[in-house]
Ligand binder design. Sequence first.
Ligand SMILES: C[S@@+](CC[C@H](N)C(=O)[O-])C[C@H]1O[C@@H](n2cnc3c(N)ncnc32)[C@H](O)[C@@H]1O
Length: 200
Amino acid sequence: MPHATPTPDDLRTSLIDRFRMAATTPASERKFPVGPESASRLGHDDAEIDALPTSVTDYFCGVGDPFSPGQPQSGEMVLDLGCGAGFDTLLDARRVGQTGRVIGIDRTPEMAATARRNADRLGSSNVEIVLGETERLPLCDASMDLVISNGVFNLCPDKPRVLAEVFPVLTPGGRLQVDDILLHEDVTPEDVAGEGRWSD
Ligand SMILES: C[S@@+](CC[C@H](N)C(=O)[O-])C[C@H]1O[C@@H](n2cnc3c(N)ncnc32)[C@H](O)[C@@H]1O
């Protein structure tokens, strides 16, 4: 029997449910690798991973190392789109130092709450965690020197919309550093209709 094509709202709800699970029981995630071993395999520096508490590293569910094209500099303003439990956000916070600032935005309430707790635990007073969506960034134009994103664009049905939100908030010469996944095979209408496969 053919699947009904999910609406953007259906996808949004199912993805929030999925990442609510990842925010509460990350070890139950079976479809993609999570945790410190995955972060290490994807290129993050082992010493930096070890310096973070497990309340951060166990919840890493990114797909790469968004710092590989370049590091944030001291004093910069950085935005982490879909920050999850805060792994990359908190590494950014160390790099930009007290004269810089990092904003992590995530739309899953449990992820945002975990990231906020982690920032408090680490005393990262230069971090702000915002519950919100990449499709509606609550930020001023030309306010961010660097925007990073790790494993989030593939979850956004309307990618041009996300880019249209991101570009204005970058300062002139600002950088966008994205790690994400691409499907190489053709995606059939049946694949799209089977919403469970959206982020598999
Ligand atoms: C694969 S996880 C990656 C989390 C984090 N970047 C990391 O590396 O651990 C994707 C995250 O993006 C969030 N997310 C997905 N779509 C989003 C959207 N449209 N706006 C904001 N956050 C979103 C999810 O709630 C989830 O926390």
